[in-house]
Design a protein around this ligand. Structure first.
Ligand code: R5P
Length: 300
């Protein structure tokens, strides 16, 4: 087994290799003056099962292109099988046409990945089940919910806790987590987003809220969903609000919005590398490295 990493999330790839007791295999990423990249594999991969770690987070286009080139280089070097480990799968939100005339971006990137030559995809907390259906190859869909459940059980839980989904789209997720936590009560916020402006409205809460609200989401982008959910929860007597979200997509304004919001802590995972300038005091990062290495060990 050989593991290569693109440049988007090398710290996670390094931890993963460490968990597996191997070194990351070397590759060269040469950047031409106009920004184009040339990829060269610097290890022998002939007849090897090869894994490539690359989060296709911002800049998604660049990170995808880099991943495509790494896969192509591995194929041309004779790898037996290529598994793309994409901890954060970019372009997944557009999984169908919300409005006439739109592209279905997830289908496009899935088709390119297959065409360029991956045999399998490992991804985490995909936004919807439609994303797996965009692929013909096998998709292993892991979830950080087990990490959150363990952490909540050990460090956050008390009998006044309620899980909260900040929107209707998160119902499946919140039900699974509730089961993992021995049927912890949950409630759901009715949220609307203006598709043209991106503005978020948290309208009302379905279900009873305990003194501690634990919001769970798949990703945080602008932080608006969390901010609006926290304000609504505060109005409904929640005293402490903690957030768990798998993917710290974090647009430029998110750290400020989250730090100034009514939540006390924001737990995310390292599916996306968070640079120093985007870290803020309320932010805590949990690693998904063991979750992925356990999956790889199963198949080795
Ligand atoms: C929406 O369906 C997702 O689950 C997240 O709630 C959303 O992407 C978060 O975006 P933002 O942080 O910009 O509100």
């Amino acid at each position: 087994m050989k593991i290569f990493s693109g440049t988007s999330n090398k710290p996670l790839a390094e931890n993963l290799a460490k968990d597996l007791g191997i070194e990351l295999s070397p590759l060269e990423v040469f950047i031409f003056p106009d920004g184009e990249k040339r990829i060269r594999i610097l290890d022998k991969v002939l007849d090897e099962d090869v894994f490539v770690v690359q989060s296709t987070s911002k800049p998604a286009d660049e990170n995808y292109m880099e991943l495509f080139f790494i896969i192509d280089a591995l194929k041309r070097s004779g790898a037996k099988s290529i598994t793309a480990i994409v901890p954060y799968f970019g372009y997944q939100r557009q999984d169908h046409q919300f409005r006439d005339g739109e592209a279905v971006s997830v289908k496009v990137v899935a088709e390119i990945l297959e065409k360029v030559g991956i045999n399998k995809l490992i991804a985490l907390d995909l936004h919807s089940i439609k994303i797996e259906q965009a692929f013909d190859i096998s998709v292993i869909h892991l979830s950080a919910l087990s990490i959150f459940a363990k952490f909540i059980k050990e460090k956050v839980w008390d009998k006044n806790s309620t899980l909260v989904s900040p929107d209707m789209g998160g119902i499946r997720r919140i039900k699974i987590l509730s089961k993992m936590l021995g049927d912890m009560p949950y409630s759901i916020i009715e949220k609307n987003r203006d598709l043209a402006t991106g503005f978020v409205f948290a309208n009302k809460i379905e279900g009873k809220i305990g003194k501690r609200a634990i919001i769970v989401d798949d990703m945080i982008s602008t932080g608006e969903t969390i901010d609006k959910a926290a304000s609504l929860l505060k109005k409904n007597e929640a005293e402490d609000i903690v957030v768990f979200a798998t993917h710290p997509v974090f647009s430029e304004i998110a750290p400020k919005i989250l730090q100034e919001s009514g939540v006390s802590s924001v737990y995310v995972t390292d599916t996306i590398f968070v640079p120093k300038e985007k870290r803020f005091p309320k932010l805590k990062i949990l690693s998904v490295s063991e979750l992925i290495s356990t999956e790889l060990k199963k198949n080795s």
